[in-house]
Design a protein around this ligand. Structure first.
Ligand code: NAD
Length: 361
């Protein structure tokens, strides 16, 4: 099959890590007989340098006309980069928020997976880790508290700040459908996280999720209050398969879940819209402190490319092959500096990409 993939290298280590992910995608093409056409697009600081703005119409239109977007990361060092002398709406991060909005990416997926080989990086005790964990957090990304009406008023010399948390049933339904579809490709369990003992928006959330669940009889649904979920993530992370939650809860829980894996260079992410289209990027930033040194860990970006194969191109076998290749490289004892441990072989960005590509079968 032929597919069109937009590549946004971005800033800092972005070009280095995207290059390695592309290497792995090319190997997938060779092994499985597909053809990928790539289009390089500018976003963030790289776009400011050329066009004076972090996001152009051209980038949006080209992204829309592709099957999926693979991105590195954007942004620079806020203390030294001239990009941060610009007003906030012209800075690199505004480009990222802008493209997510323009592409209507309402579902954010963040997997948290513990590789047995990297168990030492996990801050939890052995008995909590058990056989490891493998979960994915499906977070609503375009509604809720961060997008509701907000204002600060002053009465009789006392200031009051108001933020509004609102969800309509359509917004809840579409993200719930995503979570159930994803669970169908995994261990078939959805944990919907809310605060239904207090919030009206959570009570609506719960009733819509229950309604959607009726269409997925083979998937187990459980509800969990957000405070309990925060505890369970460090108490017994192995119990989770797919966690479905609203924007702010997901923001906090997904960072907690990623810290539990202990290695920032390994964490992939995806943002999807109502079709199979998505934008795939590592969870980490552009790491300006190590940019250009050839030492960045490309695995989060390579795993993001695996998610692209699975969720946008529906190539499950190919995605499995990439994930297995990553696992094998770790088993064979190769590490980039950020995940290095005694007895392993330290390799650079490009060599890590080569080693993974070699193992795609
Ligand atoms: P960061 O994630 O870029 O870096 C934090 C630390 O982790 C640094 O020490 C860095 O060297 C290390 N690190 C990150 N990724 C690594 C990798 N793949 N391999 C090895 N080490 C890695 O976070 P930061 O320093 O707070 O932010 C730097 C820039 O990235 C900022 O401009 C920020 O706004 C931006 N940012 C972008 C995104 C995105 O593009 N989605 C996300 C987060 C931060």
């Amino acid at each position: 099959m032929s597919y069109k993939i937009a590549l946004i290298c971005g800033d800092g280590i972005g070009p280095e890590i995207v290059n390695e992910a592309r290497k792995v995608l090319d190997k997938v093409c060779d092994v499985y007989g597909h053809s990928f056409t790539y289009k390089n697009l500018l976003l963030g600081g790289a776009s400011i340098d050329v066009h004076g703005v972090p996001l152009t119409e051209e980038t949006i239109e080209e992204a829309k006309s592709s099957d999926a977007v693979l991105m590195g990361s954007i942004g620079g060092d806020a203390k030294t980069s001239p990009w941060y002398q610009l007003e906030p709406s012209k800075r690199p991060e505004a480009g990222l928020l802008g493209i997510r909005k323009a592409l209507n990416l309402f579902a954010n997926l963040r997997p948290a997976y513990l590789y047995q080989e990297l168990k030492d990086a996990c801050p939890l005790k052995e008995e909590r880790i058990g056989d490891g964990f493998d979960m994915i957090i499906v977070r609503e990304l375009t509604g809720g508290l961060y997008f509701g009406e907000r204002k600060t008023v002053e009465e009789n010399g006392v200031k009051t700040a108001i933020d509004t948390l609102s969800y309509n049933e359509n917004e809840i339904r579409r993200i719930a459908i995503k979570a159930f579809e994803i669970a169908g490709k995994r261990r078939k369990k959805v944990t919907s996280v809310d605060k239904a003992n207090v919030l009206d928006s959570s009570r609506l959330w719960r009733s819509v999720v229950e309604d959607v669940a009726k269409d997925y009889p083979d998937i187990t649904l459980e509800h969990m209050l957000v405070d309990n979920c925060a505890m369970q993530l460090v108490h017994n992370p192995g119990q989770f398969d797919v966690i479905l939650t609203e924007n702010m809860f997901g923001d906090i829980l997904s960072d907690e879940a990623s810290m539990v894996t202990g290695s920032i260079g390994m964490l992939s992410s995806a943002s999807l819209n109502e079709t199979s289209f998505g934008l795939y990027e590592p969870s980490h930033g552009s790491a300006p402190d190590i940019a250009g040194k050839g030492i960045a860990n490309p695995i989060a970006t390579i795993l993001s490319a695996a998610m692209l194969l699975r969720y946008s191109l529906n190539l499950d076998k190919e995605a499995d092959a990439v994930e297995k290749a990553v696992q094998e490289v770790l088993k064979d004892g190769y590490r980039t500096g950020d995940i290095m441990s005694e007895g392993c072989t330290c390799v650079g960005t490009a060599q890590m990409g080569d080693l993974i590509a070699e193992r795609v079968k």
